[in-house]
Design a protein around this ligand. Sequence first.
Ligand SMILES: [Zn+2]
Length: 121
Amino acid sequence: MLPEKSTLWTAVKRGLHRKCPACGEGQAFRGYLKVVDTCDHCQTPLGLYPCDDGPAYITMLLVGHIVVGPLFAFEFFWKYPLEILIPVTLVALGALTLAVLPYVKGGFLGLVWHHGLKQRR
Ligand SMILES: [Zn+2]
């Protein structure tokens, strides 16, 4: 039996915690980014809800504002030589992107699940 529909924010919040957006108990992912086929707690077919490129775009938007924004806002960053500033910025962008992406994908899964946007077969 499928759980009752929850509010959008509840579904997104459960997804941000990488839990099933329907019940909030089962794991929504196996591994880093692979969505489970069905929730092991409530049997919701999470594998039917495609996330595609949405989480990547949202992650780039967030990380870009977190890393690149301060570079332009705080002048002291530009006192470092470019040989240091560019590699440090690129590593920060890459590391933060990889750290944030799984949680954003969970939130996006919650959004897609809430709106019932199943994959066509
Ligand atoms: Zn579940």
